[in-house]
Ligand binder design. Structure first.
Ligand SMILES: NC(=O)c1ccc[n+]([C@@H]2O[C@H](COP(=O)([O-])OP(=O)(O)OC[C@H]3O[C@@H](n4cnc5c(N)ncnc54)[C@H](OP(=O)(O)O)[C@@H]3O)[C@@H](O)[C@H]2O)c1
Length: 295
């Protein structure tokens, strides 16, 4: 498994395991979570993607219950903050909103550390762009959590280029990634400027829902599903691997974040690294995703 250096002291595995759905699994026992992490580690997938809000603000605690000191040292933990939704510890909120204030970021980092039972977060992301963001305050707070040693590196999620530029201009620490939705079902970032913006800056983006949350294999157009199945059969891999390889092929160095709860699927994620994805095959899948040939 390749590794991607995002900052001088942070490297992530090229493929990341996402824990948004951790609490949806009927088995959330520490032993079962450890089995999932072990299946990832067997393939060189060492990066675990969390957020304070996952599982109704419970997923970090589920991970924390499973982490042993030895296991914690073998993984990088990504988590996020700024979404306040009326559930869990924010049950009293009247409305869902974003909070990028210094007080919220500092409190959220402390919560995440406590729930996961760890002494630092490897990568903290601002989860969603906040229309009420005071970039100077948010940027300073991100610098502060890095300086405190509680967070090793910082980035953002779902930011458009202008959101990134605004925040980065107000802070000393380089933002090291942007986690955005990219897949064969959500390919606009390849042409809307998002990927171009990061490629220009040499920043590797993370891709959430790389299988469209599973819809790629259930709701996608028949020709796209047929092409995925044929390429998978030709190369002796799972269809999932082909869909992930389509992202890995891009020179911007996308880090796909996969969210399956199925152990057998987790065990095969790394097959994506050995799929041959030449230019013609990439465009074949892109054509089916577009529903028409490129102009
Ligand atoms: N930054 C953000 O705003 C944001 C937003 C969303 C997600 N994320 C991150 O991205 C991660 C991945 O998101 P995701 O879970 O939506 O990613 P995904 O990998 O695209 O989708 C996972 C879902 O697809 C299903 N699936 C996988 N292979 C399948 C197949 N062959 N046929 C049918 N269903 C299949 C899985 O079901 P099974 O579990 O039954 O295998 C699971 O429900 C999350 O865990 C989270 O860490 C971030």
């Amino acid at each position: 498994m390749d590794r991607i250096r995002l900052s001088p002291d942070l490297e992530l595995s090229r493929i990341v395991y996402g824990m948004w759905r951790l609490g949806d699994d009927e088995d959330t026992s520490p032993e079962h979570v450890r089995n999932k992490i072990a299946a990832c580690l067997d393939q060189g997938i060492t990066t675990m993607d969390q957020a304070d809000i996952y599982g109704g603000y419970m997923a970090e605690e589920i991970l924390g219950a499973a982490l042993t000191p030895e296991l914690r040292n073998r993984v990088e933990i990504v988590t996020k903050c700024d979404i306040v939704a009326p559930m869990g510890r924010y049950a009293e909120a009247r409305v869902k909103y974003y909070d990028t204030s210094r007080a919220h970021i500092l409190a959220s980092v402390d919560h995440s550390l406590r729930l996961m039972g760890i002494d630092h977060i490897d990568l903290l992301l601002i989860h969603r762009p906040d229309p009420l963001m005071d970039a100077c305050e948010t940027g300073a707070a991100l610098d502060e959590v890095v300086a405190s040693g509680k967070v090793r590196a910082v980035g953002v999620s779902n930011f458009r280029p202008w959101d990134w530029t605004l925040l980065q201009a107000s802070m000393k620490t380089p933002l090291c990634t942007n986690q955005i939705e990219i897949s064969l079902l959500h390919h606009a970032p390849f042409t809307n400027g998002d990927i171009a913006f990061h490629q220009e800056r040499g920043v590797a983006p993370m891709a959430w829902s790389p299988l469209g949350g599973g819809a790629l294999f259930t709701d996608a157009k028949a020709p796209l599903r047929a092409a995925l199945a044929r390429i998978a059969a030709d190369q002796g891999v799972d269809e999932t691997a082909v869909a992930v390889a389509w992202l890995l092929a891009h020179p911007v160095r996308i880090l796909p974040v996969l969210g399956t709860n199925t152990l057998a699927r987790i065990a095969r994620i790394a097959e994506a690294s050995r799929v041959q994805m030449d230019r013609e095959t990439w465009f074949e899948l892109y054509t089916h995703a577009l529903g028409h040939e490129v102009p």
